[in-house]
Design a protein around this ligand. Structure first.
Ligand SMILES: Cc1cc2nc3c(=O)[nH]c(=O)nc-3n(C[C@H](O)[C@H](O)[C@H](O)COP(=O)(O)O)c2cc1C
Length: 163
């Protein structure tokens, strides 16, 4: 799928069904995250690929749809590596979501529901204490047609020359 189509088609899909994510596709999704811009190129993030069904089931307590996929990617940041770690991990996530969409899969940015029990999830995944488990991206297929949430019109948000 072409980039500009992926930008329009990307949507938060919360009803997912399992699909086999090929190794080649997974590689492209992870590479999209790796190539994201980061402050001073410090790249203060790591990606954890979760395929274990028991672990996915445990994580579905944070958000049900994680239990419906064969694969999820956790994005983990090291706040000591960069003062821009939050922006950086967000950029990597956005890149990955576009790659997921372009390859014909569906996902949703899971953060709010995950962070409520971050410590517990970190223990489950064996993530060291000093790192932040920020985002989970389940990768599946949309169980039903979902459109991107409505966005404000450009005329409403674009200012020209002066505010
Ligand atoms: C920082 C952030 C945290 C989010 N956390 C969650 C979450 O925990 N669960 C969820 O279902 N969606 C979450 N989302 C997805 C948003 O709800 C979604 O992007 C927004 O409603 C717009 O919909 P769209 O993605 O279809 O454009 C999050 C998105 C962002 C950027």
């Amino acid at each position: 799928m072409e980039l500009f189509d992926a930008l329009v088609q990307r949507a938060s899909v919360r009803k997912l069904k399992p699909v086999e994510v090929t190794g080649a596709d997974l590689q492209r999704i992870l590479d999209a995250g790796r190539r994201a811009p980061s402050g001073q190129n410090f790249q203060p993030f790591d990606f954890l690929v979760i395929r274990d069904p028991d672990t996915l089931r445990e994580l579905s307590r944070a958000q049900a749809c994680i239990g419906d996929v064969t694969l999820a990617v956790a994005l983990v940041a090291d706040p000591e590596k960069s003062r821009w770690w939050l922006e950086d991990i967000a950029a990597a996530t956005a890149n990955m979501l576009l790659a997921i969409t372009a390859l014909g899969y569906a996902s949703v940015w899971i953060e709010g529901t995950l962070l409520r029990q971050e410590a517990e999830h970190k223990r489950l995944l064996g993530i060291p204490e000093n790192l932040r488990l920020m985002i989970l991206l389940p990768i599946g297929q949309a169980a039903e047609a979902v459109a991107q949430a409505p966005k404000r019109a450009l005329e409403d948000m674009v200012h020209r020359d002066r505010w």
